[in-house]
Design a protein around this ligand. Structure first.
Ligand code: 13P
Length: 255
């Protein structure tokens, strides 16, 4: 298996410090020593420290949902890469559609964060995906291409395999509407082709491409069986230990 499956939970604006620690303890108890899948949880900033403590000595990794690319300074309300690293954060979600939509994040701004994350030993999980209107207009692939090329500008050959890409069709996020396996695989294969053009086949084959958008235990096995779907970025189903652990097990079975 050239690419280890990855299941990442994006808790979004959910879970207090205490509730987050309880959730990961339950997850870790259930997953046990499952090491065939890489597992990452991404709590809100305020729960990072308590979750990091609860994960001490465990294989489950810690991710953040955002950060600011400057090292320090007058950026009210922001958090730096160094601050995250001090809390044992290893991954960071960047360019999520909710940040693009509600906070006006552009490809150029997201790109600055990708570059800084890589320089700061944080693994970026770069999200791309089209809206329903863009899909209906037939522009899915061009939207994904623009976001991917914009987000990866300046990422060097020796850095690309550290980056994780997440394809999240906006119309499937939190809506219960999952992309069909064929729809998802088509875009994942397109992303792999683009990576091949930019970085060459041997490196492109090593990059994980996650699917996100209403992924849950009932549809995960089918999605994860696709050739270019290397895991999931999970919202709603990551908020309960039972469903999240079932997704980890589905990924282990798909290896
Ligand atoms: P849902 O799984 O709730 O659809 O959210 C997906 C997502 O946005 C993960 O980043």
């Amino acid at each position: 298996m050239i690419r280890k499956k990855l299941i990442a939970g994006n808790w979004k604006m959910n879970k207090s410090a205490g509730d987050g620690a309880t959730l990961v303890k339950d997850i870790v108890d259930e997953i046990g020593r499952e090491t065939s899948v890489e597992v990452v949880v991404c709590p809100p900033f305020t729960a990072l420290e308590s979750v990091a403590k609860a994960l001490e000595g465990q294989a489950v990794k810690l991710g953040a949902q955002n950060f600011h690319h400057e090292k320090s300074g007058a950026y009210t309300g922001e958090i730096s890469a160094e601050m995250l690293r001090a809390l044992y954060v290893t991954h960071v979600i960047l360019g999520h559609s909710e940040r693009r939509t509600y906070f006006g994040e552009t490809d150029a701004f997201i790109n600055k964060k990708v570059i800084t994350a890589l320089a700061s030993q944080l693994k970026p999980i770069l999200c791309v995906g089209e809206t329903l209107a863009e899909r209906e207009a037939g522009s899915t692939l061009s939207v994904v291409q623009t976001q991917l090329e914009g987000g990866l500008k300046g990422v060097a050959l020796d850095q690309i395999t550290t980056v994780v890409i997440a394809y999240e069709p906006v119309w499937a996020i939190g809506t219960g509407k999952v992309a069909t396996t064929a729809q998802a695989q088509e875009v994942h294969a397109f992303i792999r082709d683009l990576l091949t053009k930019l970085y060459g086949a041997p490196l492109a084959q090593k990059v994980r491409i996650l699917y996100g958008g209403s992924m849950k235990p009932s549809n995960a096995a089918e999605l994860l069986a696709e050739k270019d779907i290397d895991g999931g970025l999970i919202g709603g189903a990551s908020l309960e230990a039972k469903s999240f652990v079932e997704l980890v097990k589905a990924a282990a079975a798909a290896n």
